[in-house]
Design a protein around this ligand. Structure first.
Ligand code: GLY
Ligand code: MN
Ligand code: MN
Length: 489
């Protein structure tokens, strides 16, 4: 008896020793506070690249002809895009053809401010770091600026306040000069549509860090957590990589996954639910990723969740095939939405696919938008903004040609919000008779109830290349099987 107990203790001790050795060997050596594989210690791309900014200014001057362009810091990202200057006051002046074509007005350095908020760039920094040919202090703007412009009858002016315009109008009144002001927004926005190599590197870095956050929460999320805990894990990883959220993180569990921009993030996450996580780290150069994955909280999709998930996945893959030069902006949207509509028809959720509002009931948004300095980045899509509603489901509205250097999302989604069938009159009363709406509700309700409360979005970030595209987030698990495998612990 004693001998058996002794053998048992030896066996358990040996077993434990072997287990601990294997476990410790499988864990790399970590610094205090470090998590495995989550940090990019050295940024691989510089956060400011003077050559890219200089090239942008030259490109836009080539388009201005002889007309000067004034951009105020109030124009936020557009000002940053042309200067890289990261203070909230300043004016950039571009004078095409002038021997000193790039001038800046900036807030001077000041020891009192330096004490409280740190040293500003000042005129020295504007020239040395940001490449201005000449820099002046803001207070001299009213005196100097008109002199630089005299003789010019037309100027492009981009400002979100009226200060610059008031100064120039005052000067006009005094001197009798006639200036005409032209908007420069669309010129700059058009340039921002095509990303240069440095911008693409910034976006890749932002995608990499966003991917790390997704990878981490795939391993750590658990029933019983609050949505804000998952959000905290995500933003911790952004922060440890020197990045910040490029937009309010969306962490929607259960019914909250059906709210497109759910940002309250305060619900308790339950076993058996989906968790929709739409997040984007913004790089130190300010470019933001925008990546969504939808996870089964306990690591396994239910049959109903999988049906909807796989349908959205198919839509995404089909849409991606049309994100290539040779196709137009909305071709990928129509291809992806066609898959969704067909799938919903086969499930019995859309009785008649020729009826526009029956499709619109399920299809909430276009599947692509530009990303860049803004998550919904600026730039023309090539369709009339008045067609905001129709364009989503009208294949004839195709938008502009896709071009290499565009970076955009592919983000189909289906959101079967509970009780939505009760709001058909409010939603589509202007498009269908009460009888038609009633018949629709009656017919689809039994199937709808089965899927009610399920929300799925899958969002990737895609660079259009010369010959096709590069899915920057394509390395992340995406099929339902890949997601389940990645969540296995
Ligand atoms: N995160 C907002 C969007 O996906 O458009
Ligand atoms: Mn998006
Ligand atoms: Mn998103």
């Amino acid at each position: 008896m004693k001998k058996t107990l002794f053998t048992f203790i030896i066996a358990v001790t040996l077993g434990l020793a072997v287990f601990l050795t294997i476990k410790s060997l499988s864990e790399p050596c970590l610094a205090p506070g470090e998590l495995p594989g989550l940090f990019i210690h050295e940024p691989e791309v510089p956060e400011y690249d003077p050559a890219s900014f200089a090239r942008r200014r030259q490109e836009i001057m080539d388009q201005l002809g002889p007309t000067p362009l004034l951009v105020s810091a109030t124009a936020a990202n557009d000002f940053y895009y042309l200067t890289g200057f990261d203070e909230y006051q300043g004016v950039a002046v571009l004078l095409p053809g002038d021997p000193k074509p790039f001038r800046m007005f900036v807030t001077p350095r000041n020891p009192a401010d330096a004490m409280w908020t740190g040293e500003r760039h000042g005129t020295e920094g504007a020239m040395k770091k940001f490449g201005a040919d000449t820099a002046y202090v803001m207070n001299d703007l009213a005196e100097i600026l008109p002199r630089r412009l005299s003789g010019d009858e037309k100027i492009f002016l981009h400002s979100r306040d009226t200060r610059l315009r008031e100064i120039l109008e005052g000067w006009q009144r005094e001197t009798g000069q006639t200036l005409t002001f032209q908007e420069a927004d669309s010129l700059i926005h058009e340039q921002r549509v095509i990303k240069d190599a440095w911008e693409i590197a910034q976006l890749e870095q932002a995608v990499a860090v966003t991917g790390k956050a997704h990878s981490w929460i795939m391993k750590t999320m658990a029933p019983g957590q609050r949505e804000y805990e998952v959000q905290a894990d995500i933003e911790y990883i952004f922060g440890k990589n020197g990045m910040t959220p490029g937009f309010a993180s969306i962490v929607g569990s259960g019914p909250n996954a059906t709210i497109l921009h759910h940002i309250r993030n305060d619900r308790k996450i339950n076993d058996g639910e989906l968790l929709l996580v739409d997040i984007g780290a913004a790089s130190r150069g300010r470019y933001t990723a925008d990546i969504t994955r939808t996870y089964p909280v306990n690591g396994q999709f239910t049959p109903e969740q999988r049906t909807i998930y796989d349908l959205v996945y198919q839509a995404s893959e089909t849409g991606l095939e049309k994100m290539k030069p040779g196709f137009k902006m909305l071709d990928c949207n129509h291809a992806a939405n066609r898959v969704l509509v067909q799938g919903l028809y086969e499930l019995g959720l859309i009785p008649d696919t020729t009826v526009w509002w029956q499709k619109r009931f399920y299809i909430q948004h276009r599947v692509n938008h530009y990303i860049g300095l803004s998550v919904h980045d600026v730039g023309d899509y090539g369709f009339d903004p008045a067609q905001r509603d129709e364009h989503i489901l009208t294949p004839e509205i195709r938008g502009r040609d896709l071009e290499p250097g565009m970076v955009m999302t592919m983000e189909p989604g289906l959101y079967l919000q509970k009780n939505r069938l009760d709001y058909l009159v409010e939603l589509f009363g202007h498009l269908a008779t009460p009888e038609e709406l009633d018949a629709f509700a009656k017919q689809v309700r039994p199937v709808y109830e089965k899927y009610a409360g399920i929300g799925v979005r899958i969002e990737d970030n895609v660079l259009i290349t010369e010959n096709g595209n590069k899915v920057l987030s394509g390395y992340l698990p995406k099929t339902s099987e890949e997601i389940e495998a990645a969540m296995r612990r």
